[in-house]
Write a protein that binds this ligand. Sequence first.
Ligand code: GYE
Length: 358
Amino acid sequence: MKRKLLSMVLCLSVVAAMAMGCGNPKEAKNEPVKTSDAAKADDKADANDAADADDAADDAAEDTSGDEKLVVGFAQIGQESGWRDAETMSIQTYAEEHSDTIELHFADAQQKQENQIKAIKSFIEQDVDVIGLAPVVETGWDQVFAEAKDAGIPIVLLDRRADVSEDLYTTFIGSDFIEEGKMAAAEMAKLIGEEGKIVELEGTVGASAATDRKKGFDDEIAASYPNIEIIASQTGDFTRAQGKEVMESFLKSNSDIKGVYAHNDDMALGAIEAIKEAGLKPGEDIKTVSVDGVKDIFEAMAAGEANCTVECNPLLGPLFFEVAAQLKAGESVEKWVKSVDGVFTADMAAEVLPDRQY
Ligand code: GYE
């Protein structure tokens, strides 16, 4: 009882801190974190037919468990971006709304792989039904995944891939990052008239979302746009602060940058600040293309300060629990449950902005 109260207090401060935009208290330990009613209001949107997923997850959880709950451990990366916060909210809200059939153990690894590994080990000890993981980097998972496999607990990779043999995880739910990079390259080419110097802000070193967004973009530029030159490419770790810092240094050493491609919107938003501080106009003097589709980039596009975003939907909670319920029921799932991404340009921003859910 005491524990429940503590977790509610914790969760209320999480939601309050998130609402103020200052990040939430770190959850280094594997304490279950529950969300409050306030959070639910923010996360009503459907992700990839989330409504269907919602029903199916409900059915599956009820059909298979009787009065036994679906117990899921989720090892989140951290709070590096608006996208990540939206995903966390989607997972926690879904679990809270289905607390009669679902028990969620949530860990925030504060961007550290060692914390994610610790969380997985503790989920194994707790003998959860399914382990969910957004792997901060691609490599280094073999041993702990093998431990989960030995314990008979399936691993579901959410939103980023892990570089392990296929028998060590059940499925990957997420986007085709190479395709996102290619779409971004085509948009950048259009924006700058297929010629000129551009710079690239990369995501976290070793993260599949960064490696593949770079590969898709760079390969497409090299193959189809001989007059576009990527003059600098450096990591900004998927954060706004580092996106700004790296862009500042790019601007100091180059005077003729025509475009910036950022592996996520937060880094683009940081770059926009740096461009303004350098006395240039983002969206005009320097065009922007980024990935995610968070509300802030739509606002920047509507204000004429950003040009394009490739949407990557973070509202994966319903789908994740649907898959978890299927696994608990012993059903097989596809090896890759693919998210569908789309391109949004500045001219669409004002119209779609009121309906953006994250
Ligand atoms: O694009 C970025 C986040 O893994 C797809 O991680 C995700 C990426 C997302 O921090 O904003």
